[in-house]
Design a protein around this ligand. Sequence first.
Ligand code: ATP
Ligand code: MG
Length: 560
Amino acid sequence: MSEPESRDFIRQIIHDDLESGKHKEIVTRFPPEPNGYLHIGHVMSICLNFGVTDETDGRTFLRFDDTNPGKESEEYVAAIKNDVRWLGFDWQDRLTHASDYFGRLYEYACKLIELGCAYVDSLSAEDMRNYRGTLTEPGKDSPYRDRSMEENLDLFQRMRAGEFADGEHVLRARIDMGSPNINLRDPALYRIRHITHQHTGDEWCIYPMYDFAHTLSDACESITHSLCTLEFEDHRPLYNWFLDQLKPPHRPRQIEFSRLNLAYAITSKRKLNSLVEEGIVTDWNDPRMPTIVGMRRRGYPAAALRDFVTRAGVTKKDKLIEMGVLENCVRENLGDIAERRMAVLRPLKVVLTTYPQDEVEMMAAMNHPGRPELGTRELPFSRELWIERDDFMEDAPRKFFRLKPGGEVRLRFGYIIRCDEVIKNDAGDVVELRCSHDPDTRSGTGTSDRKVKGTIHWVSCQHAGNADVRLYDRLFTAANPNSAADFHTVLNADSLQTVAAMLEPALASLVVGEAVQFERLGYFCLDSEDHSAAAPVFNRIVTLRDSWAKIEKQALQKQS
Ligand code: ATP
Ligand code: MG
């Protein structure tokens, strides 16, 4: 039994229920509807449901809520299983479907009819809506509400036998058409749908409604704590009503917590689906998507996602969490594991006029500054190098400590160089720098103890590998695109930029699934879909918490 990091209100309830002996074992479920891919919000629900039972040696079911045939598919089922496993959770032999219980649910429905608690209604869908009332007006009873128990049972059995067309009849709970809670105004329990179900085929032509199926599937699995999001708070009286009438051997308790919303991202399967359908992103696993498949392809480690939802916490308060919190979790995770490499994203050529034409030196470069056990690699150094275009400034302010005309900078793991000459093309763009190096300043072995303020990264031209590097930004320009009337109006046109980068040779042996830090630039990985050895493609996972850039920017602002 592992201890939770902290005890939120749900963990407190669970703790108390174990301590008081109300439950000996905690049983939860994660109940996705297989109508799309899982997103960051679901990560929270997965980590909560599986987390509380990991911590208490309980059990968690992965239950597909497949009560809505037509919208659901095996593609989504497979993806959801993969996602839960990747996040680090194991349902063991507890993979279930709401449809596994269709037989028992049908019996429960018959029992409700026998108890006088359900009836077959034959109003048209439109009449049923009109009879339902509004938030301010009570509903009114259907003329079919007082059918006899025998007639109801007969009609319901014939519904199941396929004697009626879609929409001809509906089984409804008999509760209270005057209830201020619309969920209690004789909610529908079963409707007729002549449609093939992805799991039960053509065995059924009536399908249970969500509330009924969900409550009783929970009971069938002896769930102790049915954890769901706050929008189900108003459904809890109905949840409890089913349990009160049917008295199943196990009585689960529904507890609601607030949804997790991520700033600058959408967390609704329907809207994510339209991003895909409209071609705004390439697919559900586009690395800009807040889906689990997208974040995995982007290179976010599973541990970072788990940390993130722990940090977000389980509460009853609405929350919109900053993207920066998620990105920090990713950085913290990768900081320890990712080896350092050199890559230049926007190359500018440097020619060292003082360095011999054909000489190549192998520089020892540390793989991880904080973990010497990860060793060093050899970095070839030669007369022509690529440096980052941003690391040179022609009219640089005094506090710009990188390369400028007449200025000096250290090449990481290399020498101190001075910029002697700036070469421009006819358009006036800088295309090359002619520099000289100080041979006594070689890193590690140089005899000079001369210091300069700036250090920049570089790649040797003749040894460089090429790659497309995809730089991602948030998909939206508004903090809460979920609440925008039309999310199209707040799309970020610059959410993806691709650059042709130059890489140090060691990057050729990187494998898909491994993350590296490009020194001074951020964390990167190979794209699992589009990468090939012949045409490497990298994703930027996240930028560095780049204190030097920030400090320098402030300094620049102060000067100007
Ligand atoms: P969506 O609105 O994206 O379709 P959903 O709630 O319809 O989400 P389900 O497949 O029904 O998706 O969700 C499975 C479980 O995940 C439910 O218990 C739901 O409460 C939970 N869940 C969904 N979105 C979030 C979220 N943003 N934060 C926390 N839990 C969530
Ligand atoms: Mg749902």
